[in-house]
Ligand binder design. Sequence first.
Ligand code: HEM
Length: 446
Amino acid sequence: MKSILPAGPKGFEIFRIIQLAAISPIAFFDEIHRKYGNISFFEVLRKRFLFLFDPEDIQRVLQTNHSNYTKSIFYKELKPLLGIGLLTNEGNFWKNQRKLIQPTFHREKMLHYVDIMREESEEMVQEVRSNLSKSQTQEIDVSKQFMASTLQIVARAVFDVDAKNQVGMIGAKLEEYLHAAIERIRSPFSAPLWLPSRSTWRVKKSAKAIHDWIVGIIQEKKLNPGKDLVSMLWEVRDEETQEGMSLNQIRDEAVTMILAGHETTSNALTWALYLLAQNPPKFQKFEEELEKLKSLELRPDTISQFTYARMIIDETLRLFPPAWVVERKSIKEDTLGGYKIRPNTNISISVYKLHHDPRFWSDPEIFLPERFAPNRTPPKPFTYFPFGGGPRICIGNAFAIWEAVILLVSFCRNFRVEPGSREMKIDPSITLRPKSGLYLKVISKK
Ligand code: HEM
């Protein structure tokens, strides 16, 4: 084991690279890997930062030695909104909550969610159609459409309420929150959350508006339970203590599901359409599958027949992983890449970088759904991990894949897409999204 530290920027170079991280986080990870290799380190304002690009080291942090790590300082910024929901919770409390919540994603529950997804996909098609001009062709912001549809789906799965009238308000509040949080994450000089300041006021104000809306619905669900996640959470009991979940805990879990479960899937769908618009031969191949299966209803037992749709989603999640960076903090000493890593070191893992790495992918920048054909060898562990890995792997991954396939198939059965006239700019924020929406030329097929 080497007692020296991994290579990394020093002195003034640190400030230059932090600036780059704020302006262009993707270029930042590229540069840090190119200059310093698979493991690199720097220390600034007494905070230690480590960057990992080797799949084995990443597997150690996320999976084989996961108990040595907690979520990083980055997740702290989500706490005013998410409290101690699954994404931000830790230790035994997290383990217990995960065990209690896992059954709400079991197959029989998923059947109900699929009904919601199908109904909402039909609704989405109607909305897009009503937005098209008489010529049946128009440039529309597909990201806005998917954001509304995925929010509506997750709100119905979590609360069984038709949130359509409030989707606009909640979407805007979530957006406002994430905007304020990312500004704080990117600035090393943000005031701590307990200190009154403009930025802490903004995050707390939008968190409160969302909480107020959600708490009312959760209380109502206790009196009138349905098939939704919140009603199930009111029912669950701890195996040992037989205690149920508190109102605040259910609120934190519900708001976590809403946040974690809509923007990520919406971004995946937006990028899938973007890639299809850019690659007409792949779109044509998809249309051949849609034609072959044109009378097949989207049901849990038929979804797997849409093989090419699934391959498109898998490849989109490689090129544009919505959760593009995963972070941890060491709580005990560990050895990574042959170096001794001290406790209290923040660790950044760029999923995006690994997914674009020529060591693991031939022609990494090319959109090639065929990489994920069912007869192909699956990628090596932690070279492809859009849903994270280890015990904290995304709890909603099956939900997300079914939802993405259903919405993509429904959209493309009705519309074709071509590149829009506005330039696409990528915005690596908390999730990887297009900056200022994504306008595509949408052409009705009917
Ligand atoms: C394409 C869509 C999605 C992507 C790419 C995605 C990605 C991820 C990733 C990478 C993590 C792990 C974060 C970490 O280790 O720090 C995660 C966790 C999580 N995701 Fe997802 N997610 C998606 C959809 C969903 C959906 C639909 C839901 C819920 C309905 C959901 C709920 C959660 C929750 C609750 C966690 C925390 C799990 C835990 O720590 O136990 N996600 N997601």
